[in-house]
Design a protein around this ligand. Structure first.
Ligand code: ADP
Ligand code: MG
Length: 312
């Protein structure tokens, strides 16, 4: 089967091919003989009812500094593709939301991965609150009195933006920390939306585990250990990837989430687990599959393409 595949992503010349999950998906698609076309979200256009993109044929290679070749740009109806990979990175802002609206016009006649309506509905730190029994104690608010009460109860807390990514602006406040007032004020002027206040999990020193689910099934995992001088495990912040297995509790978490992901068309999902507590469900543009394979784990790009092909 040869599929016509478009990838909607950030500029391909800027990616780090060693760690980029989108690139892993593209390499596998090319290996399977699918035709690839590439465009960035700013080449989308909706004319009356139909959505178009100015896209370029794409060839990829696993070679640093020479990882892609683009052909001549052509304006194509999105409906002419069999599959569209929606893979631009957050921020999850109105630009992101607008792109999901456009892609929703062609899905599911053209299979969009992940389902754009459900991506829009499931920002990582919001979707996860559907599963409070799996999470650490978590408050979403911008109300100072609420935060003070939560802090009085839990002592050691973390404050982080609701739509943050890559460890941006994640702060720990120990019980005696006098910076609460200033940090509160800073968040209040920086963000218009509520933010996340969460019980601090000291076991984060042992790592934050990224677990990948493909069509609701566990596919692979990588642990990420923060740098000694940082709270954040994100690899872009110096978190070090380590091979890992699932704990019994993590298997339970996957089993509980599986049906909810499958029924929403969230085919490629990365969840984050600290100390057996679920903190995030990443559906926008999850990463981790190259690190998992590099550490001797499964080839998740192949699992994802098996699933996509079985839908076409
Ligand atoms: N409740 C918490 N307890 C301990 N560490 C945390 C907590 N929340 C976040 N962190 C640390 O901050 C990092 C980034 O936070 P996360 O909630 O995953 O947001 P992001 O979307 O920016 O990755 C985590 O990988 C972890 O290292
Ligand atoms: Mg995270």
């Amino acid at each position: 089967m040869r599929l016509n595949v478009a990838v909607q992503m950030d500029p391909i010349e800027r990616i780090n091919i060693g760690g980029d999950s989108t690139f892993a998906l593209l390499l596998e698609a090319e290996r399977r003989g699918h035709a690839l076309a590439y465009y960035t979200p700013d080449r989308l256009a909706q004319l009356d009812g139909a959505v178009f993109a100015t896209a370029q044929p794409l060839a990829v290679r696993d070679v640093k500094g020479d990882h892609f070749t683009l052909g001549e740009p052509r304006r194509l109806a999105l409906a002419s593709f069999d599959v569209i990979l929606m893979r631009q990175d957050p921020p999850f802002d109105l630009a992101y939301i607008s792109a999901t609206h456009m892609l929703e016009r062609v899905h599911p006649a053209t299979l969009v991965v992940n389902d754009p309506a459900h991506v829009r509905n499931a920002p990582e730190k919001v979707f996860v609150t559907l599963f409070p029994e799996l999470m650490p104690p978590t408050l979403v608010t911008r109300d100072r009195t609420e935060i003070q009460a939560f802090r009085a109860k839990h002592g050691d807390i973390v404050m982080k933006p609701l739509y943050g990514k890559g460890g941006e602006a994640v702060f720990r406040l120990a019980p005696e920390d006098l910076n609460f007032g200033s940090l509160y004020d800073l968040f209040a002027v920086t963000f218009r939306e509520p933010w996340v206040v969460q019980k601090f999990l000291p076991a984060v020193r042992q790592g934050d585990k990224r677990v990948i689910l493909v069509d609701g099934e566990f596919a692979g995992a990588v642990n990420r250990v923060p740098a000694p001088d940082d709270l954040r495990s994100n690899m872009v912040r110096g978190g070090v990837p380590q091979a890992t297995d699932l704990t019994a509790r993590e298997r339970e978490i996957c089993a509980k989430l599986g049906p909810a992901l499958r029924e929403r068309g969230l085919l490629f999902v990365g969840i984050d687990v600290i100390d057996d507590y679920l903190t995030e469900i990443n559906v926008t543009s999850p990463t981790g599959i190259r690190a998992i394979k590099a550490l001797g784990g499964p080839d998740i790009a192949a699992l994802i393409w098996d699933k996509i092909e079985s839908r076409r």
